[in-house]
Ligand binder design. Structure first.
Ligand code: ATP
Ligand code: MG
Length: 366
Protein backbone atom coordinates (compact mmCIF):
# COMPACT_ATOMS: atom_id res chain seq x y z
CA UNK A 1 0.00 0.00 0.00
CA UNK A 2 1.31 3.47 -0.78
CA UNK A 3 2.60 5.27 2.24
CA UNK A 4 0.53 8.13 3.63
CA UNK A 5 3.62 10.07 4.63
CA UNK A 6 4.81 11.92 1.57
CA UNK A 7 7.74 13.78 3.07
CA UNK A 8 10.95 11.97 3.94
CA UNK A 9 14.39 12.71 5.26
CA UNK A 10 17.27 10.91 3.58
CA UNK A 11 20.80 10.73 4.94
CA UNK A 12 23.39 10.85 2.16
CA UNK A 13 26.80 9.33 2.87
CA UNK A 14 28.85 9.90 -0.30
CA UNK A 15 31.99 8.42 1.25
CA UNK A 16 35.23 8.00 -0.70
CA UNK A 17 36.56 7.46 -4.21
CA UNK A 18 33.76 7.41 -6.76
CA UNK A 19 31.17 7.53 -3.94
CA UNK A 20 30.48 11.28 -4.20
CA UNK A 21 30.18 11.08 -8.01
CA UNK A 22 27.60 8.29 -8.05
CA UNK A 23 25.65 9.58 -5.02
CA UNK A 24 25.30 12.98 -6.66
CA UNK A 25 23.63 11.36 -9.69
CA UNK A 26 21.33 9.25 -7.49
CA UNK A 27 20.34 12.30 -5.46
CA UNK A 28 19.26 14.19 -8.58
CA UNK A 29 17.30 11.16 -9.80
CA UNK A 30 15.56 10.79 -6.42
CA UNK A 31 14.68 14.48 -6.35
CA UNK A 32 13.21 14.50 -9.84
CA UNK A 33 11.33 11.20 -9.58
CA UNK A 34 10.06 12.16 -6.13
CA UNK A 35 8.82 15.58 -7.24
CA UNK A 36 7.00 14.03 -10.22
CA UNK A 37 5.08 11.88 -7.74
CA UNK A 38 4.41 14.57 -5.16
CA UNK A 39 7.03 13.44 -2.67
CA UNK A 40 9.16 15.83 -0.71
CA UNK A 41 12.68 14.61 0.03
CA UNK A 42 14.92 16.34 2.48
CA UNK A 43 18.63 15.43 2.20
CA UNK A 44 21.25 15.60 4.93
CA UNK A 45 24.81 14.92 3.81
CA UNK A 46 27.21 13.40 6.36
CA UNK A 47 30.72 11.99 6.56
CA UNK A 48 31.61 8.29 6.62
CA UNK A 49 34.75 6.27 5.96
CA UNK A 50 38.01 7.83 4.83
CA UNK A 51 36.41 11.23 4.34
CA UNK A 52 35.27 11.13 7.98
CA UNK A 53 38.69 9.94 9.19
CA UNK A 54 40.44 12.83 7.47
CA UNK A 55 37.99 15.40 8.82
CA UNK A 56 37.29 14.08 12.33
CA UNK A 57 39.75 11.28 13.15
CA UNK A 58 37.06 8.56 13.29
CA UNK A 59 35.44 6.57 10.45
CA UNK A 60 31.90 6.96 11.85
CA UNK A 61 31.40 10.29 13.65
CA UNK A 62 28.63 10.34 16.33
CA UNK A 63 26.83 13.01 14.41
CA UNK A 64 26.67 10.83 11.28
CA UNK A 65 25.15 7.92 13.19
CA UNK A 66 22.61 10.03 15.05
CA UNK A 67 21.43 11.82 11.91
CA UNK A 68 21.25 8.50 10.05
CA UNK A 69 19.22 6.89 12.84
CA UNK A 70 16.69 9.72 12.84
CA UNK A 71 16.21 9.73 9.09
CA UNK A 72 13.83 7.60 7.02
CA UNK A 73 16.56 5.99 4.90
CA UNK A 74 20.30 6.14 4.30
CA UNK A 75 21.96 6.19 0.88
CA UNK A 76 25.66 5.36 0.85
CA UNK A 77 28.17 5.66 -1.99
CA UNK A 78 31.30 3.67 -1.18
CA UNK A 79 34.12 3.88 1.33
CA UNK A 80 37.83 3.09 1.48
CA UNK A 81 40.89 3.56 -0.66
CA UNK A 82 44.66 2.98 -0.82
CA UNK A 83 45.25 6.01 1.37
CA UNK A 84 43.84 4.33 4.49
CA UNK A 85 44.78 0.71 3.76
CA UNK A 86 47.63 0.72 6.30
CA UNK A 87 45.52 2.23 9.10
CA UNK A 88 44.93 0.27 12.30
CA UNK A 89 41.65 -1.64 12.45
CA UNK A 90 39.70 0.94 14.45
CA UNK A 91 40.86 3.66 12.06
CA UNK A 92 39.89 1.89 8.86
CA UNK A 93 37.09 3.30 6.69
CA UNK A 94 35.55 -0.22 6.55
CA UNK A 95 35.21 -0.23 10.35
CA UNK A 96 32.98 2.83 10.02
CA UNK A 97 30.65 0.92 7.71
CA UNK A 98 30.49 -2.07 10.08
CA UNK A 99 29.69 0.29 12.96
CA UNK A 100 27.00 1.96 10.89
CA UNK A 101 25.35 -1.40 10.06
CA UNK A 102 25.45 -2.33 13.72
CA UNK A 103 24.18 1.08 14.81
CA UNK A 104 21.21 0.83 12.44
CA UNK A 105 20.58 -2.81 13.44
CA UNK A 106 20.18 -3.91 9.85
CA UNK A 107 20.00 -7.70 9.93
CA UNK A 108 18.71 -8.38 6.42
CA UNK A 109 20.96 -7.83 3.43
CA UNK A 110 19.17 -7.82 0.06
CA UNK A 111 21.24 -8.35 -3.06
CA UNK A 112 19.35 -8.58 -6.32
CA UNK A 113 21.19 -10.08 -9.28
CA UNK A 114 19.48 -9.15 -12.50
CA UNK A 115 20.85 -9.78 -15.96
CA UNK A 116 19.80 -6.77 -18.01
CA UNK A 117 18.77 -7.87 -21.51
CA UNK A 118 20.95 -5.10 -22.95
CA UNK A 119 24.01 -6.38 -21.04
CA UNK A 120 23.48 -10.13 -21.30
CA UNK A 121 26.86 -10.62 -22.96
CA UNK A 122 28.60 -9.17 -19.88
CA UNK A 123 27.54 -12.31 -18.00
CA UNK A 124 30.14 -14.94 -17.19
CA UNK A 125 27.57 -17.51 -18.32
CA UNK A 126 26.41 -18.45 -21.79
CA UNK A 127 23.75 -16.17 -23.23
CA UNK A 128 21.00 -18.82 -23.10
CA UNK A 129 21.73 -19.51 -19.41
CA UNK A 130 22.10 -15.86 -18.38
CA UNK A 131 19.15 -14.44 -20.28
CA UNK A 132 16.24 -13.53 -18.03
CA UNK A 133 17.99 -14.09 -14.69
CA UNK A 134 16.35 -11.93 -12.04
CA UNK A 135 16.90 -13.19 -8.52
CA UNK A 136 17.35 -11.82 -5.02
CA UNK A 137 19.63 -13.12 -2.30
CA UNK A 138 18.42 -12.29 1.21
CA UNK A 139 21.36 -12.77 3.57
CA UNK A 140 21.23 -12.75 7.37
CA UNK A 141 23.76 -10.08 8.29
CA UNK A 142 24.16 -9.76 12.05
CA UNK A 143 24.32 -13.35 13.36
CA UNK A 144 25.74 -16.76 12.59
CA UNK A 145 29.36 -17.86 12.48
CA UNK A 146 30.77 -14.35 11.93
CA UNK A 147 29.54 -13.31 15.37
CA UNK A 148 29.07 -16.52 17.37
CA UNK A 149 31.00 -17.20 20.58
CA UNK A 150 33.20 -18.93 21.61
CA UNK A 151 35.68 -17.96 18.93
CA UNK A 152 39.41 -17.57 18.88
CA UNK A 153 42.67 -19.44 18.95
CA UNK A 154 43.94 -21.98 21.44
CA UNK A 155 45.37 -25.44 21.95
CA UNK A 156 43.46 -28.72 21.87
CA UNK A 157 43.81 -31.77 24.12
CA UNK A 158 46.65 -33.09 21.92
CA UNK A 159 48.59 -29.87 22.31
CA UNK A 160 47.84 -28.92 18.73
CA UNK A 161 47.14 -25.26 18.00
CA UNK A 162 43.58 -24.51 16.92
CA UNK A 163 41.41 -21.76 15.52
CA UNK A 164 37.64 -21.96 16.09
CA UNK A 165 34.31 -20.26 15.49
CA UNK A 166 30.74 -21.00 16.48
CA UNK A 167 27.57 -20.96 14.42
CA UNK A 168 24.56 -19.98 16.54
CA UNK A 169 21.11 -18.89 15.48
CA UNK A 170 18.36 -17.99 17.93
CA UNK A 171 14.72 -18.51 16.98
CA UNK A 172 14.00 -14.78 16.74
CA UNK A 173 16.97 -14.29 14.42
CA UNK A 174 15.83 -16.94 11.97
CA UNK A 175 12.20 -15.86 12.16
CA UNK A 176 12.85 -12.19 11.42
CA UNK A 177 15.09 -12.83 8.41
CA UNK A 178 12.67 -15.46 7.11
CA UNK A 179 9.78 -13.00 7.41
CA UNK A 180 11.67 -10.39 5.43
CA UNK A 181 12.40 -12.99 2.76
CA UNK A 182 8.83 -14.33 2.58
CA UNK A 183 7.53 -10.79 2.17
CA UNK A 184 10.01 -10.06 -0.60
CA UNK A 185 9.24 -13.33 -2.37
CA UNK A 186 5.56 -12.42 -2.18
CA UNK A 187 6.22 -9.09 -3.93
CA UNK A 188 8.49 -10.71 -6.50
CA UNK A 189 7.94 -14.06 -8.23
CA UNK A 190 6.28 -15.86 -5.30
CA UNK A 191 9.07 -18.43 -4.85
CA UNK A 192 11.43 -18.68 -1.88
CA UNK A 193 14.40 -21.06 -1.66
CA UNK A 194 15.95 -21.42 1.80
CA UNK A 195 19.59 -22.49 1.56
CA UNK A 196 21.29 -24.35 4.42
CA UNK A 197 23.47 -27.35 5.27
CA UNK A 198 20.85 -29.18 7.31
CA UNK A 199 22.31 -32.58 6.45
CA UNK A 200 25.41 -31.76 8.55
CA UNK A 201 24.97 -28.71 10.79
CA UNK A 202 22.63 -28.39 13.77
CA UNK A 203 22.40 -24.63 13.30
CA UNK A 204 21.13 -25.36 9.78
CA UNK A 205 18.64 -28.03 10.97
CA UNK A 206 17.24 -25.44 13.36
CA UNK A 207 17.15 -22.82 10.60
CA UNK A 208 15.20 -25.16 8.33
CA UNK A 209 12.74 -26.07 11.09
CA UNK A 210 11.96 -22.41 11.85
CA UNK A 211 11.56 -21.45 8.18
CA UNK A 212 9.28 -24.42 7.62
CA UNK A 213 7.14 -23.46 10.63
CA UNK A 214 6.66 -19.93 9.29
CA UNK A 215 5.65 -21.17 5.85
CA UNK A 216 2.07 -21.73 7.05
CA UNK A 217 1.65 -17.97 7.36
CA UNK A 218 2.86 -17.50 3.80
CA UNK A 219 0.93 -20.19 1.98
CA UNK A 220 0.90 -18.04 -1.18
CA UNK A 221 4.71 -18.34 -1.37
CA UNK A 222 6.17 -21.53 -2.82
CA UNK A 223 8.92 -22.60 -0.38
CA UNK A 224 11.78 -24.95 -1.18
CA UNK A 225 14.98 -25.93 0.64
CA UNK A 226 18.39 -26.56 -0.85
CA UNK A 227 21.79 -27.54 0.55
CA UNK A 228 24.38 -24.85 0.01
CA UNK A 229 26.74 -27.00 -2.06
CA UNK A 230 23.91 -27.82 -4.44
CA UNK A 231 22.70 -24.20 -4.48
CA UNK A 232 26.12 -22.89 -5.47
CA UNK A 233 26.16 -25.38 -8.34
CA UNK A 234 22.55 -24.67 -9.41
CA UNK A 235 23.25 -20.92 -9.46
CA UNK A 236 25.70 -21.45 -12.29
CA UNK A 237 23.92 -24.35 -13.99
CA UNK A 238 20.44 -22.87 -14.23
CA UNK A 239 20.08 -19.57 -12.34
CA UNK A 240 16.61 -18.87 -13.76
CA UNK A 241 15.14 -21.47 -11.38
CA UNK A 242 15.63 -18.98 -8.50
CA UNK A 243 13.43 -16.08 -7.52
CA UNK A 244 14.21 -15.24 -3.88
CA UNK A 245 16.91 -17.03 -1.87
CA UNK A 246 17.18 -16.73 1.92
CA UNK A 247 20.24 -17.92 3.77
CA UNK A 248 22.53 -17.40 6.74
CA UNK A 249 25.38 -14.93 7.05
CA UNK A 250 28.29 -16.98 5.71
CA UNK A 251 26.41 -18.80 2.94
CA UNK A 252 24.84 -15.50 1.91
CA UNK A 253 28.23 -13.84 1.75
CA UNK A 254 29.43 -16.42 -0.74
CA UNK A 255 26.23 -16.93 -2.73
CA UNK A 256 25.57 -13.21 -3.19
CA UNK A 257 29.04 -12.71 -4.67
CA UNK A 258 28.55 -15.71 -6.91
CA UNK A 259 25.17 -14.39 -8.03
CA UNK A 260 26.61 -10.96 -8.79
CA UNK A 261 29.16 -12.48 -11.14
CA UNK A 262 26.37 -14.11 -13.13
CA UNK A 263 25.42 -10.60 -14.19
CA UNK A 264 29.03 -9.73 -14.93
CA UNK A 265 28.61 -6.02 -14.29
CA UNK A 266 29.57 -4.81 -10.84
CA UNK A 267 28.60 -1.23 -11.77
CA UNK A 268 24.93 -2.25 -12.14
CA UNK A 269 24.18 -3.96 -8.84
CA UNK A 270 22.43 -2.34 -5.87
CA UNK A 271 21.88 -3.60 -2.33
CA UNK A 272 19.75 -2.90 0.69
CA UNK A 273 20.20 -3.68 4.37
CA UNK A 274 17.05 -3.62 6.47
CA UNK A 275 16.16 -3.83 10.14
CA UNK A 276 12.87 -4.36 11.97
CA UNK A 277 12.16 -0.70 12.34
CA UNK A 278 14.27 2.35 11.69
CA UNK A 279 15.97 3.36 8.48
CA UNK A 280 17.41 0.93 5.95
CA UNK A 281 20.84 1.33 4.41
CA UNK A 282 21.09 1.35 0.62
CA UNK A 283 24.34 1.12 -1.31
CA UNK A 284 25.85 -0.19 -4.54
CA UNK A 285 27.72 -3.49 -4.13
CA UNK A 286 30.85 -2.09 -5.74
CA UNK A 287 33.65 -0.43 -3.81
CA UNK A 288 35.12 3.04 -4.00
CA UNK A 289 37.10 2.23 -7.19
CA UNK A 290 40.02 4.55 -6.36
CA UNK A 291 41.58 3.74 -9.74
CA UNK A 292 38.92 5.77 -11.56
CA UNK A 293 37.88 8.23 -8.83
CA UNK A 294 37.58 11.88 -9.85
CA UNK A 295 37.74 11.07 -13.56
CA UNK A 296 33.99 11.11 -14.31
CA UNK A 297 34.21 7.46 -15.42
CA UNK A 298 32.13 5.79 -12.71
CA UNK A 299 28.96 3.91 -13.57
CA UNK A 300 26.16 5.46 -11.45
CA UNK A 301 23.51 2.83 -12.32
CA UNK A 302 24.17 0.68 -9.22
CA UNK A 303 23.64 3.67 -6.94
CA UNK A 304 20.58 4.86 -8.87
CA UNK A 305 19.15 1.33 -8.54
CA UNK A 306 20.01 1.44 -4.83
CA UNK A 307 17.96 4.63 -4.66
CA UNK A 308 15.09 2.72 -6.29
CA UNK A 309 15.45 0.02 -3.60
CA UNK A 310 15.40 2.80 -1.00
CA UNK A 311 12.03 3.92 -2.34
CA UNK A 312 10.64 0.38 -2.66
CA UNK A 313 11.89 -1.31 0.51
CA UNK A 314 12.75 1.69 2.67
CA UNK A 315 9.84 4.06 2.09
CA UNK A 316 7.21 1.85 0.46
CA UNK A 317 7.09 4.21 -2.54
CA UNK A 318 6.79 1.48 -5.15
CA UNK A 319 5.54 3.65 -8.01
CA UNK A 320 8.48 6.00 -7.78
CA UNK A 321 10.85 3.02 -7.59
CA UNK A 322 9.23 1.52 -10.71
CA UNK A 323 9.69 4.80 -12.51
CA UNK A 324 13.40 4.95 -11.74
CA UNK A 325 13.94 1.32 -12.72
CA UNK A 326 12.11 1.91 -16.00
CA UNK A 327 14.28 4.96 -16.63
CA UNK A 328 17.40 2.83 -16.15
CA UNK A 329 16.12 0.32 -18.71
CA UNK A 330 15.25 3.11 -21.12
CA UNK A 331 18.67 4.72 -20.78
CA UNK A 332 20.27 1.34 -21.53
CA UNK A 333 17.91 0.90 -24.50
CA UNK A 334 19.02 4.26 -25.88
CA UNK A 335 22.54 2.82 -25.86
CA UNK A 336 24.22 4.96 -23.20
CA UNK A 337 27.07 3.20 -21.39
CA UNK A 338 29.96 4.03 -19.09
CA UNK A 339 33.32 2.43 -19.89
CA UNK A 340 32.81 -0.58 -17.58
CA UNK A 341 29.77 -1.78 -19.60
CA UNK A 342 30.70 -0.34 -22.98
CA UNK A 343 30.56 -2.55 -26.07
CA UNK A 344 30.73 -1.91 -29.79
CA UNK A 345 27.73 -0.01 -31.13
CA UNK A 346 26.85 1.69 -27.85
CA UNK A 347 27.43 5.31 -26.77
CA UNK A 348 30.28 5.88 -24.34
CA UNK A 349 29.54 8.61 -21.78
CA UNK A 350 30.88 9.74 -18.42
CA UNK A 351 29.16 9.54 -15.05
CA UNK A 352 27.70 13.07 -15.25
CA UNK A 353 26.30 12.67 -18.74
CA UNK A 354 24.83 9.28 -17.94
CA UNK A 355 23.13 10.99 -15.00
CA UNK A 356 21.63 13.60 -17.37
CA UNK A 357 20.36 10.84 -19.65
CA UNK A 358 18.75 8.99 -16.74
CA UNK A 359 17.04 12.23 -15.68
CA UNK A 360 15.65 12.68 -19.20
CA UNK A 361 14.25 9.15 -19.10
CA UNK A 362 12.72 9.72 -15.67
CA UNK A 363 11.11 12.91 -16.93
CA UNK A 364 9.70 11.48 -20.16
CA UNK A 365 8.47 8.18 -18.74
CA UNK A 366 4.73 7.79 -18.17
P1 ATP B 1 35.71 -3.23 -1.92
O1 ATP B 1 36.89 -3.92 -1.36
O2 ATP B 1 35.50 -1.84 -1.40
O3 ATP B 1 34.46 -4.04 -1.94
P2 ATP B 1 37.15 -3.57 -4.34
O4 ATP B 1 38.40 -2.79 -4.10
O5 ATP B 1 37.18 -5.04 -4.22
O6 ATP B 1 35.98 -3.00 -3.45
P3 ATP B 1 35.88 -2.01 -6.35
O7 ATP B 1 36.25 -0.76 -5.67
O8 ATP B 1 34.46 -2.34 -6.44
O9 ATP B 1 36.61 -3.27 -5.77
O10 ATP B 1 36.52 -1.99 -7.79
C1 ATP B 1 36.85 -3.15 -8.52
C2 ATP B 1 37.06 -2.78 -9.99
O11 ATP B 1 35.78 -2.48 -10.57
C3 ATP B 1 37.92 -1.54 -10.18
O12 ATP B 1 38.76 -1.68 -11.28
C4 ATP B 1 36.94 -0.44 -10.41
O13 ATP B 1 37.44 0.57 -11.24
C5 ATP B 1 35.74 -1.14 -11.06
N1 ATP B 1 34.48 -0.53 -10.64
C6 ATP B 1 33.87 -0.71 -9.46
N2 ATP B 1 32.75 0.01 -9.39
C7 ATP B 1 32.62 0.67 -10.55
C8 ATP B 1 31.68 1.60 -11.09
N3 ATP B 1 30.61 2.00 -10.41
N4 ATP B 1 31.89 2.07 -12.33
C9 ATP B 1 32.96 1.68 -13.04
N5 ATP B 1 33.89 0.84 -12.59
C10 ATP B 1 33.74 0.32 -11.37
MG1 MG C 1 38.56 -1.90 -2.12
Amino acid sequence: APSTKRSYSITLLPGDGIGPEVVSVAKDVLLLAGSLHGIKLDFQEKLLGGAALDATGVPLPDDTLSVAKQSDAVLLGAIGGYKWDKNEKHLKPETGLLQLREGLQVFANLRPAKVFPQLVDASTLKREVAEGVDLMVVRELTGGIYFGKPRGFGTNEHGDEIGFNTEIYAAHEVDRIARVAFNIARKRGGKLCSVDKANVLEASMFWRKRVLALAEEYSDVELSHMYVDNASMQLIRYPKQFDTIVTNNIFGDILSDEASMITGSIGMLPSASLGDSGPGLFEPIHGSAPDIAGQDKANPFATVLSAAMLLRYGLGEEKVADRIESAVLETLNKGFRTADIYSAGTKLVGCKQLGEEILKSVESHV
